[in-house]
Design a protein around this ligand. Structure first.
Ligand code: KDG
Ligand code: MG
Length: 404
């Protein structure tokens, strides 16, 4: 069996997705997610112009060899564009392998280690009453773990808060330029502990609560926030400092016992190596789509296992259902699975990407269809062409561009 056709489909059913479709000489279809929020066309071009032609006539069963061919063979290694493109090929080849074997991918990865993957979702509110209502709504939907994000007094808008519980990670008006947001770390640090105090008073101490600082703090500020939040027993505090400087976490770790999660922007095991080896984090957050696919993330997770670090795979709505399915097959089988982020896709997205995975009573399961369990309605997808959309940019009150 050989790879006969490689197609890149960029569509925007409510938000942009880049999808890779590989067809073999036996007519087996494999799908991969290559979505890189705000830089979608760069990955599409990498796949169309550079990777696609190299895949023709290769043996689709040789996943590890193809991964190394694309990674080592390019000379230029790593980076989100390269690694999202390689990830898409990798997912598609695992999908094909599962379909050929007649098995769901989690069976190829060693079989289920648990009955389902514990999921957390997002609750957001501009103020406390809105946030409390949002938590209630998510609990009613069956979630057993909640990431809580709140507006900050004095700031007009805070990233990820607001329009609805199912807020997508794009500015409200899609356009050729990112929206601009004002950020004030001091105001944030003063406010957030009281948010979690009120959530604990309202929902008790059993509910796993998570919080995301979006890489905006210095190590000292992160240590202070960790200490201030300790009484509220968070499941994790995420992305406290900019992720490209792992040694920043040493100072944070010395001052707080709050569990730390980082890694949604990682694209290589080398981004995580020091954090894992020195046990500076408790959860590794890389997304299958942004870190080289199942083949590479499996290695990151195995290294994490040695250091008692559990997984918490990135799963916002900009990870397509294909990327989420890949995370669930891995999560169901990995011994050190921790939790899976789940931000529900809009109904139209679920129509374009029909999926076997299911959410039930707080847990996600990848389903038992052969491969990843996703089928693409290509005709429907192409009715929604790419629309330029960006993540917002953060400024300090004096106009200085801030860490995202
Ligand atoms: O594209 C960026 C988003 O996926 C990211 O900001 C979402 O931080 C995020 C999260 O934890 O889901
Ligand atoms: Mg995050």
């Amino acid at each position: 069996m050989k790879i006969e056709d490689v197609q890149v489909i960029v569509s925007s059913p409510t938000r942009n997705f880049v999808t890779l479709k590989i067809r073999t000489s036996d007519g087996v279809i494999g799908l991969g997610d290559a979505t890189l929020n705000g830089r979608e066309l760069a990955v599409a071009s990498y796949l169309r112009d550079h990777i696609g032609p190299l895949l023709i006539a290769r043996d689709p069963s040789q996943i590890e060899d193809t991964w190394n061919y694309l990674y080592k063979g390019a000379y230029w290694r790593r980076g989100p564009v390269t690694m999202a493109a390689i990830a898409a090929v990798d997912m598609a080849l695992w999908d094909i392998k599962g379909k050929v074997a007649g098995l769901p991918v989690y069976q190829l990865l060693g079989g289920a280690s648990r009955e389902g993957c514990l999921a957390y979702t997002h609750a957001t509110g501009a103020d406390m009453p809105e946030l409390i209502d949002s938590v209630h709504r998510q609990l009613e939907l069956g979630y057993r773990a909640i990431r809580a994000q709140s507006g900050v007094p004095g700031l007009d808008g805070v990233y990820g808060i607001g329009r609805s519980d199912d807020v997508d990670y794009e500015p409200a008006g899609r356009g050729a330029r990112p929206s601009e947001e004002t950020w004030d770390t001091s105001a944030y640090l003063r406010h957030i502990p009281s948010v979690f105090e009120q959530l604990r008073n309202q929902f008790g101490h059993e509910l796993p609560l998570l919080h995301d600082a979006h890489h905006r703090l210095t190590p000292q500020q992160a240590a202070r926030l960790g200490k201030d939040l300790e009484p509220y027993d968070l499941f994790w505090l995420e992305d406290v400092t900019p992720a490209e400087n792992p040694s920043a976490l040493r100072l944070v770790r010395q001052h707080t016992t709050i569990p730390l999660a980082i890694g949604e922007v990682f694209n290589s095991i080398w981004d995580a190596e020091l954090l894992l080896r020195e046990q500076l984090i408790d959860f590794i957050r890389c997304a299958i789509v942004h870190a080289g696919g199942i083949t590479h993330v499996r290695k990151i997770w195995s290294m994490a296992e040695l250091y008692q670090v559990r997984t918490g795979s990135h799963g916002p709505s900009d990870v397509s259902p294909i990327g989420l399915a890949a995370a669930l097959h891995m999560g169901l089988s990995a011994p050190n699975f921790g939790i899976q982020e789940h931000m529900r896709h809009q109904p139209l997205v679920d129509e374009v990407f029909r999926h076997a995975y299911r959410f039930d009573d707080g847990y996600l399961h990848p389903g038992d269809e052969p491969g990843l369990g996703i089928s693409l309605d290509e005709e429907l997808a192409t009715r929604y062409p790419y629309e330029c959309a960006y993540l917002p940019v953060a400024h300090l009150p004096d106009g200085t561009v801030h860490d995202w």
